[in-house]
Design a protein around this ligand. Structure first.
Ligand SMILES: [Zn+2]
Ligand SMILES: [Zn+2]
Ligand SMILES: [Zn+2]
Length: 142
């Protein structure tokens, strides 16, 4: 398992995809950058009163499409959005405190490719999330 490090080029990733960096896009990314565990769409909306609701939702969708943010489905079925700090990664989500960690692992990717050979059809992508109890929650439970 490889520790992840921050991806400095989120803004240029947007431009590379042919989109302009508008103020709402900058605002949403800036907000998500303040909290690694991510925000719900409604929280983003409330934290950015200057940005209209429809724009917030459109911006979230665009950033998802571009791959700059991740959508996380929590155990209770709610969704959160967090910055994609590394390009391809998976998530460790603490079911107690909601902390989200990103990781990448070459063994998983090899396995995914091997499975892909057996799938009749085209695989477009995959998502892997682990529900965990994080170290600090374990420690505080003692
Ligand atoms: Zn992510
Ligand atoms: Zn935790
Ligand atoms: Zn993967």
């Amino acid at each position: 398992m490889v520790a992840t490090h921050s991806r400095p080029d989120l803004m240029s990733a947007i431009e590379d995809m042919g989109y302009r960096i508008t103020q709402p896009r900058r605002d949403v990314i800036g907000l998500l950058d303040t909290k690694p565990d991510g925000f719900g769409a409604e929280e983003i909306n409330e934290a950015l009163p200057a940005v209209g609701r429809a724009t917030v939702y459109r911006t979230i969708r665009l950033l998802l499409d571009v791959g700059v943010i991740c959508k996380l489905v929590m155990r209770d079925g709610s969704t959160k959005y967090s910055l994609a700090r590394v390009e391809h990664h998976h998530h460790l989500v603490c079911v107690r405190c909601g902390t989200v960690e990103e990781f990448s692992d070459s063994t998983i990717e090899r396995l995914v490719r091997a499975i892909g050979v057996e799938v009749s059809g085209e695989i477009l992508g995959h998502r892997i999330e682990f529900d965990i109890i994080c170290k600090s929650c374990l420690d505080s439970a003692i």
